[in-house]
Design a protein around this ligand. Structure first.
Ligand code: F6R
Length: 361
């Protein structure tokens, strides 16, 4: 069943271009986004997004999209906090629950809390027959296929893709994105599986970086804007399968504490496509280099040209419009964690102490 791969996780990372192409086929009809008509974001006051773990990082990324593309205020919380916090929820809002398994106890409890309070309960799930899907008004499948590896990979990029499509639809519904711009975004979406394949072809160089990461005790991941949640996800992936301590930070937070950790033994993974915030991230990266931190810069050709000098390693990914970058940059983060774990010889598909589906709180 591993189809020639050493681990399910490797297979599931490699499958991402294919499953994403399926999801695009399902959700993009010509110039339109194919979701049930009852989803209408045009006059909503707010969105609330709730999930656990990796799915929560997908929600955090989506906050950047819903706010910038649709001007829609967006609250994101982890389910275990949300469910007990007694958060007020405006009636004229949707609550969106994201879960691969659809059975996560805290996320299901959060969904039940939101029922009757908001206009619509929407879920984004991989298992359409799951409890979370069944208890929602609208359940959107991510179409990732069965995910066996405990560390979520293809489900994450499919969750991101469905959330980005919803944010584009919200932007269109709210008059911020015109027909032509929407059509252009959908065209770019269709190129993403090909760009993922190009990114996966860099696996050998990522494995070389990972072999060195495997020797570290602590690793930092930095990103700005929508790359910040991906820094959190990169750190989570590394710690859960390689047992290396890792933290994700917003680049701008570096000097508010974590820079104290930097020395020559600390690899710092900088996720920085050449976007509007690139120069700011680069200046944070230079502060790390001045303290002899080992920088792994993940960027695009222009970013590598401008800032690749003096890093420990630079990985160059294909150029991609900024809003799509978190989906593409997830792949090297996953591969880095995977190869670090393989180098350490840990049980990649069944990491210690973890379960695939967390059905108790
Ligand atoms: C991390 C991971 C977990 C899950 C979390 C939520 O790789 O897989 O953090 O994302 O347990 O699970 P679901 O999405 O099934 O609700």
């Amino acid at each position: 069943e591993k189809a020639g791969y050493k681990h399910f996780m490797a297979k599931e990372i490699a499958e991402q271009p294919i499953v994403l192409a399926d999801a695009i086929k399902h959700y993009c009809r010509g110039r339109q986004i194919n979701v049930p008509d009852e989803l209408d974001f045009s006059t909503l006051d707010r969105l609330t997004l709730v999930a656990c773990g990796t799915a929560n990082y997908a929600c955090l990324t989506a906050k950047y999209w819903f706010e910038s593309l649709a001007g829609l205020p967006c609250e994101v919380d982890i389910a275990s906090e949300f469910r007990y916090r007694e958060p007020p929820m405006p009636e004229n809002s949707y609550a969106i629950f994201v879960s691969q398994s659809g059975e996560t106890a805290d996320t299901l409890a959060a969904l039940r809390y939101a029922k009757e309070k908001v206009a619509k309960i929407v879920s984004i799930v991989n298992v359409p027959t799951s409890s979370i899907a069944r208890e929602s008004d609208v359940a959107l499948p991510i179409l990732a296929g069965v995910e066996v590896g405990v560390a979520s990979t293809k489900a994450f990029t499919c969750q991101l893709s469905v959330l980005l499509l919803l944010a584009l639809k919200a932007g269109h519904d709210r008059g911020r994105i015109d027909d032509k711009t929407l059509a252009d975004h959908l065209k770019t979406f269709a190129t993403l599986p090909g760009l993922m394949n190009q990114t996966l072809s860099r696996e050998a160089s990522i494995a070389v970086m990972a072999a060195a990461v495997a020797e570290a005790q602590d690793v930092l991941f930095l990103g700005r804007g929508a790359m910040f949640p991906l820094a959190l996800e990169g750190a989570l992936k590394l710690k859960e399968i390689s047992y290396i301590h890792a933290e994700g930070y917003a680049s701008g937070e570096l000097k508010h504490g974590p820079i104290a950790l930097i020395d020559k033994n600390v690899p710092v993974v900088v996720l920085a496509p050449r976007d509007a915030l690139f120069d700011k991230t680069v200046s944070n990266m230079q502060e790390v280099m001045a303290r002899h931190g080992k920088v792994i810069l993940i960027t695009d050709p222009k970013g590598a040209e401008e800032a690749g000098l003096g890093t420990w390693k630079t990985l160059t990914l294909p150029e991609i419009p900024a809003i799509f970058a978190p989906i593409l940059y997830a792949l090297p983060a996953q591969l880095l964690a995977y190869h670090a774990a393989v180098a350490k010889g840990t049980d990649v598909d069944q990491p210690r102490n973890l379960a695939k589906s967390v059905t108790v709180e």
